[in-house]
Design a protein. Sequence first.
Length: 253
Amino acid sequence: MIIRTTLRIAGQAQRRSAVVAASSSRLIHSASVQKSDALFVHRDTPYNNSAIPFEFTPDNMKRAQEIISHYPPQYKKAAVIPLLDLGQRQNKGWTSISVMNYIARMVEIPAMRVYEVATFYTMFNREPIGTNFVQVCTTTPCMLRGGNEIFKTCQEHLGNISNGATTKDSKFTLLEVECLGACSNAPMLAMNDDFYEDLTPETTRKILDAFAKGEKPKPGPQSGRYTSENSAGLTALTSKPYGPGEHCVPEFA
């Protein structure tokens, strides 16, 4: 009896301390929690259901067969990711249930295995997108260099659309994303397959206007830099090279 009473008292004390700790803890995030199964659950819609036919065009079928040939016959399922990418490009930038089912049949695996890949990697868009897919990086390096301002500029210039939304004319879909790997050229955005870097609100608006007209500005740094060289100019290796290798290449002659 004494042992049971002691355990009960200890359990009550532990629960009380847990409640106090929970009430006094501070959440890291400030935004409200948005519960959504959109990334993981498929529900048939008029524009996305398995009754809608999909198959590769003759040219893409040749490309698909070439991709599969890179893998041993017993491991052709390893081609799922590049095949999904090919299917998404043909399907106007998004991966429908019909695309996933078609890829599953092509590599002879259960459709669920393809669903697992398509719902894991964010490069596969599960909903239709606009003609131009604008992904703005706001991870730490870009954030420190004005990435949030670039994202806000895109929102306002595209008609005050929300994150993940598409403009009414279906020309643009805007998405805030994590690091895209161009930290030394921050802030930046990805427009379809191209990077536009060293952005300012002014250059961002010019890029959006050009794509709205059907034009394609030159990708890369928009500040005059060639790649990611020091914007202040050359600060190292400014003296004449020394050693026996000086005249080994024409540039040093």
